[in-house]
Design a protein around this ligand. Sequence first.
Ligand SMILES: Cc1ncc(COP(=O)(O)O)c(C=O)c1O
Length: 385
Amino acid sequence: MTSDAPAGFATRCIHAGQRADPSTGAIITPIFQTSTYVQDALGQHKGYEYARTQNPTREALEANVASLESGREGFAFASGMAAIGAVASMLEAGDHVVVTDNIYGGTYRLFERVLSRYGLRFTYVDTSRLDLLAAALAEPTRMLFLETPTNPVMGLTDLAEASALAHRHGASVVVDNTFASPALQRPLELDADLVLHSTTKYLNGHSDSVGGIVVARHDTDIEWLRFYQNAAGAILSPFDSWLVLRGTKTLALRMAQHNVNGLAVAEYLAGHPKVARVFYPGLPSHPQHELARRQMQGFGGMLAFELGSLEHARRFLNRVGLMALAESLGGVESLISHPATMTHASVPADRRAALGITDGLVRISVGIEDIDDLTADLAQALDAV
Ligand SMILES: Cc1ncc(COP(=O)(O)O)c(C=O)c1O
């Protein structure tokens, strides 16, 4: 569905893509849990024929997120990986793709273990370095696939500069905006061509749904994604669509608190004698702090910090109480993880080392609990180190 209303961001979180249900007046878009739709007569229907192709709950979510990302249309998929697969379906055998080197491990696995079998070629580069990006783009390139901030060391790519560079080389620009959410960063406004999310994370925000979405702004991309979504069929279910739609209503509010708590936890850790280094774009010590201030409207709830060794990380992680030891991120509750053995275990050790993912590195998805409770939990766990 087409995005609507040039209202403010928080207003669009709550209203974009939605209207009271015409049959009952229900203020909340119903869960249209149906596989098919009765047609009035042969060749006459209400725009809905079969639920893989069209579903009103999914369409409401797609229009909502398209509006939040300042795009034209959204396409919701069964997971973030399915959304990335949809974007990759725009490529053809022989195409070259330049990718942020510190990309999500699952994206790397899809590119290297699946898509490379179909004749696609991927070059991984530190896209925070425009000189390295320019060098990689010297080879004819169909797509630039960016993630910023990256997981877990929070490296940033200058989206406006990288998009301009890619466009000069004839490549389209895709941004995985999962870590920031459109509340903090809107790549399409910085001239990216496509933006995608694992809705599993901040968009849903409540750790109770797995999903993905792609937002497009060009006619050809929109046409292809609509065709592909129906042709490949990895759609988001009506119930999951409803959950994410419920989640985005509070996105502005949640992200504001993630920003506050993220900065407070980062500052607490930075001042702790047992913490060697903190990776958070909101700290002046972050090498790209100025870019973060320019490109993002808040620094979010993701950070990582260095405890020096696997043994220190183990002692710390076995002691946390309020913070749950778990993969994933972006929920209202704080989650803590050990990238080297959890989220990035599938990344080869030498590659992990090159990306700065040491055995002593710990990642936190800072939730929106009371900050004093979070720092108290960190304090008692750091006592064990
Ligand atoms: C940045 C990023 N992109 C994509 C994905 C994949 O999303 P999903 O787990 O919903 O398939 C993840 C999952 O952690 C992620 O962190």
